[in-house]
Design a protein around this ligand. Structure first.
Ligand SMILES: NC(=O)c1ccc[n+]([C@@H]2O[C@H](COP(=O)([O-])OP(=O)(O)OC[C@H]3O[C@@H](n4cnc5c(N)ncnc54)[C@H](OP(=O)(O)O)[C@@H]3O)[C@@H](O)[C@H]2O)c1
Length: 279
């Protein structure tokens, strides 16, 4: 778990889950904006490839191979942030599962909570004192369209994303007027490796996934990242990207959950029990 690559010497950004998907897109977007980078994930080769792409923008990029679902991985990540002039943390690493909980792998569900929730608290609690003392710093926390409602067939995942949404909203209030900005990012279905990871885990015996894929088009990860960074600049606390997230957020505010649950149940029956819910 030794950091590899350059040692960032200018204002730096931490991006967790930077080896793929939205994390890789955040890394490149921040490199374009002149941030040195501390990139964290488990797959060294994939991280190195992202770091190389970031360096083409003239910034330095260090990599840390760490499993953030573990206590030791989080300790290594905290220590790495202490070696750089950290101005932004993008807490993005996460994964999901689909299908009813009674058919899931119990340990994997708990690991999801460790990564999607505990790691976010651990790293946020580590960087915020420094941001608050300096009176500046940006904390970007990934949530999801799935955060707005309890979601049958994605129960644990949706609950973890509700956790980070609430966490970010509360932290934003704690830092109002203090120069520290906190943003919850709630994407709809986005073209990343998220679904492949679920399918791969199922093949390894990590729980049932009977979904047939999201049929209505996926959002572009670069567009999601640009939209979220623009929202951060405007001082927004929550940003939804894509029509699925926007519709879900509105529906969650106005439509009784009983109606929504019925609609989700009908969707699941039509597409096969356990298939991906409409949100
Ligand atoms: N894609 C969507 O439709 C969507 C929608 C809403 C919200 N989100 C959220 O967006 C975030 C990023 O997901 P994504 O769609 O970009 O998925 P992805 O393409 O599968 O990327 C997930 C990233 O997290 C890293 N990661 C996974 N487990 C880890 C662990 N134990 N320790 C450290 N890093 C780990 C992965 O790297 P390694 O495998 O190399 O460790 C990878 O870099 C997640 O928090 C997810 O909840 C995604």
């Amino acid at each position: 778990m030794t950091p590899g690559g350059d040692t960032p010497s200018r204002p730096a950004a931490l991006v967790t889950g930077a080896s793929a998907g939205l994390g890789a897109a955040y890394a490149e977007a921040l490199a374009r904006r002149g941030f040195d980078l501390l990139l964290v994930a488990r797959r060294a080769e994939r991280l190195d490839a992202v770091a190389d792409r970031c360096r083409t923008h003239g910034v330095q990029a260090a990599t840390l191979v760490a499993d953030l679902a573990t206590v030791s991985g989080r300790a290594a990540c905290r220590a790495a942030t202490d070696t750089v002039d950290l101005r932004m943390a993008v807490l993005n690493a996460g994964f999901g599962s689909t299908g009813p909980m009674h058919r899931q792998d119990r340990e994997r569900e708990v690991r999801m909570v460790d990564l999607n929730c505990a790691a976010v608290v651990d790293l946020a609690a580590h960087v915020l004192p420094r941001f608050a003392a300096r009176g500046s710093g940006d904390l970007v926390i990934l949530s999801s369209a799935a955060a707005f409602l309890p979601l049958p067939a994605m129960a644990t995942y949706a609950a973890t994303r509700a956790f980070t949404l609430h966490l970010a909203r509360a932290l934003a209030v704690e830092h109002t007027g203090g120069g520290v900005r906190v943003l919850a990012v709630c994407p709809g279905p986005t073209r990343t490796e998220f679904s492949e990871v679920i399918t791969r885990e199922r093949a390894r015996g990590g729980g049932e996934d009977t979904r047939r894929g999201w049929p209505l088009g996926l959002d572009d990860p670069d567009a999601v990242v640009e939209r979220s960074l623009a929202a951060l600049e405007r001082g927004r606390v929550v940003v939804t990207t894509g029509w699925v997230a926007r519709t879900t957020r509105i529906a969650a505010s106005f439509v009784p959950y009983g109606l929504v649950a019925t609609a989700i149940g009908l969707w699941n029956r039509r597409r096969g029990a356990g298939s991906r819910s409409p949100i």
